[in-house]
Ligand binder design. Structure first.
Ligand code: 3HC
Length: 337
């Protein structure tokens, strides 16, 4: 029978064929490995190892949480944007992040986890989300720097995910990356405008860059040697480029952008290494990173409390939508009867 799924048993297979001779799971595993090795896509109805499924649920749900928690530091500035143009751009950007969260929750749901389970994990503090969103956006320049550096780092990490072996995640990432690219450019353009302004505006941009630079480098995750999930994630074609290599690509891409902007990146050890063909950079404070990941960043409690409040405040919308859907279903059944 023609099917998209790899895990439907072939009803016509004769007993005793080689496929039946090997243990069932081994054949499925071999097929899965072959698809992954050939850079093919695993789809939700295909057989996949439990650990692959769990890894994807972990990564995609963390990613979805990062998108919706990521709405908060910038959403904070919508009412204080300096012009109608900047406000319209910021509203669109923050809405995009909400949309990214929704694509990603949907992609994770295809793996058999429910949205309620994922929200429960976020709201109870069990789930991780990106460390970067636990820092405050103190001035308008922070909004530009979040676009330029945070979204820039996010794109660097996410473009390879468009080639992830799990189909729904890869497809979601294509659209996410297009939108993130606009986010990065709007941030850079806002900063270019400020850098043509007063001395106070230029100082504000430099101050924001100083506060965000190291946090953005840490966003890519622990060094490869301390990254427990990387080897298997890369073997499965979920991750395509390692944490350290992505970080290096980000540094190399950002240095010339900083020069054009006229800001200094706050790292005395940052310099071009001719032999490596890359920039060397200073030490990242991994103790701070782990403290933030484990709940002790400047804004962790505030971010979580805001998400929980939004969830509770929205209860009546969910109740109304469910009641409406139930009524529509009852009406459809009555008409069909
Ligand atoms: N913040 C919080 N936790 C982090 C982290 C970060 N910046 N980087 C790594 N970690 C966590 C991992 O989740 C993992 O924890 P777990 O095993 O309990 O889940 C642990 O640290 C060890 O890290 P690993 O390198 O072994 O983990 P991964 O192989 O999963 O790599 C990752 C981490 C690179 C973040 C990877 O999961 C990934 O690429 N995720 C998808 C992209 C993503 O989530 N990006 C977050 C930012 S999204 C965003 O910024 C929104 C945009 O709008 C700006």
């Amino acid at each position: 029978m023609y099917t998209q799924s790899f895990n439907v048993p072939d009803a016509d297979a004769k007993p005793g064929t080689p496929l039946k001779a090997v243990p069932h799971d081994a054949a499925l595993q071999a097929h899965f490995d072959a698809v992954v090795d050939a850079d093919g896509k695993i789809e939700p109805r295909d057989w996949m190892p439990d650990a692959y499924r769990k890894t994807l649920v972990r990564q995609i749900s963390q990613h979805a949480h990062s998108e919706i928690v990521g709405m908060l530091p910038e959403g904070n500035w919508i009412s204080r944007a300096p012009s109608l143009k900047r406000k319209a751009i910021l509203v669109a950007k923050v809405q995009d992040e909400g949309g990214h969260g929704l694509y990603l929750y949907s992609a994770a749901e295809t793996l058999g986890t429910s949205r309620d389970q994922m929200f429960e994990a976020l709201h109870s503090g069990k789930a991780k989300y990106s460390s970067i969103f636990n820092y405050p956006t103190l001035t308008w320049a922070d909004v530009g720097v979040v676009g330029w550096l945070v979204d820039g780092a996010a794109i660097m990490n996410q473009i390879p995910l468009c080639r992830c072996s799990f189909g729904p995640y890869a497809r979601a990432m294509i659209r996410v990356c297009k939108e993130e690219s606009f986010h990065q450019r709007q941030g850079y353009e806002a900063l270019l405008t400020m850098m043509q302004g007063t001395e106070e505006q230029k100082a504000m941009v430099q101050d924001a860059v100083n506060r965000w630079w190291w946090k953005c480098l840490a966003m890519f995750g622990p060094p490869d040697a301390d990254s427990p999930n990387s080897v298997q994630g890369m073997r499965w074609g979920i991750k395509r480029i390692s944490n350290d290599d992505l970080r290096q690509k980000f540094v190399d891409a950002t240095v010339p952008q900083a020069e054009v902007l006229g800001v200094t990146l706050p790292d005395p050890d940052l310099k071009w290494n001719e032999a490596r063909g890359h920039h060397d950079h200073g030490q990242i404070d991994w103790d701070e990173f782990w403290a933030v990941v484990n709940g002790d960043g400047p804004c962790n409690k505030e971010r979580l409390a805001t998400r929980v409040k939004a969830w509770n405040d929205g209860a009546w919308v969910r109740d109304a939508a469910l009641a409406h859907a139930a009524r529509q279903q009852a009406r459809a059944m009555k008409e069909a009867a």
